[in-house]
Design a protein around this ligand. Sequence first.
Ligand SMILES: *Cc1c(COP(=O)(O)O)cnc(C)c1O
Length: 472
Amino acid sequence: MTPPEAASAPARPPALDRLLEGPALKALVELHGRQPVLAVARDELARWRQAEPPCDFDRLLFEARCQALLQAAATPHLRPVFNLTGTVLHTNLGRALAPPEAVQAVAEAMSRPTNLEYDLEDGQRGDRDDHIEGLLRELTGGEAATAVNNNAAAVLLMLGTLAAGKEVLVSRGELIEIGGAFRIPDIMRRAGARLVEVGTTNRTHLRDFAEAITPRTALVMKVHTSNYAIQGFTAAVPEAELAALCRERGIPFAVDLGSGTLVDMTRWGLPAEPTPAQAIAQGAQLVSFSGDKLLGGPQAGLIVGDKALVARIKRNPLKRALRLDKMTIAALEAVLRLYRDPERLAQRLPTLRLLSRPAEDIRAQAERLAPQVAQALGARATVQVLTCRSQIGSGSLPVERLDSACLALGAPPGQRRAGRFPEQLAAALRALPMPVIGRIEDGLLRLDLRCLDAGSDEKRFVEQLALLQLPG
Ligand SMILES: *Cc1c(COP(=O)(O)O)cnc(C)c1O
């Protein structure tokens, strides 16, 4: 006679080997490999054994969970998103986008041997800076150039090479912090240099610098105040005057430009931003700037200027630690090449193309997409087209805004707890296969369309909205 409990004991799973022979897990092994499938299957069986209260083993459910877990594990962690934040050079979303020429060059450099540090003329060891130095000299008027991992590294290297154990003069109005822990006073300390603050927060005069120079002064540095603007009763020393003073006293003069653009941005209706060529023409002996801000290239820090000073920088062992890899050099060279033809730059360089998109163009795109988005969202959210203002981002041109248009998504009428709706909607959009990142303002989730490429991107954006899952 069977004991009464046995009748109600939960159904047990078949042996693991048997489970693996079923078509569902076989297909998963084919796709992901045997080891990951075994690991997930074992975990899932353990979960079933520990279930409280005990339950019947459900093979379909088990297989579906294995599939979901393996698929999640196979999704790359770093993946593309839609940047509809309205900030074009968004540091958290990877800043500048590479043109196809750069992508192609990176693919080649990664998959084949290259002359990275090899001189093809004499068959001897070469210098990796050679691939970009000529272009940088041509585009900035500097005598020499070198490049490192990012502009923070470039500044660290300039300071560490020229001013270790000595003093560096910087205007009080330029002691900046850039997001992500780049602070001029901290970098200065790390480089072993002593910061001497000159002038006051809002006004610094040439005589302040003249009085601050001592035998211990190794460098005068000007920092482009790229992420804020000092307005009102202000005075900064014109670069040319500061450069003349430094020349007279025999002290190197360096400029950290932050966002370096190599062309006059006003030709595309964008706000003016100082260029390395201007800084050099005004007498700067060294200029540093980022590769992935307005320049529109890969993450890099570029240093151009006086030949003897650049040579000293290149001899610093820190340069070796901060050097560029071949992928970055390949991308940088391709992007710099585009600057030789400024007429076509706005079509060819994605960052500039996005920044110079006319507001009417974005508005027309918003009007075109609004009905499609409304249809995809159904009763889940309301959609309206609003004007908005995009930002350049990455600390470039901080007070300037670009006219743009957005899709503003709101809570459907009669929604309970409508106050939490924008956050819930933002989370649901982030959970899409290609996450959509917007911006919440005045209770609406705003999707600035400046950075949504009309074409394949637009189609993908609309289509995946059908998958949007909102709570309740
Ligand atoms: C952005 C910026 C930096 C840091 O450049 P990264 O390329 O991000 O390292 C340094 N100085 C200024 C003035 C900047 O704007």
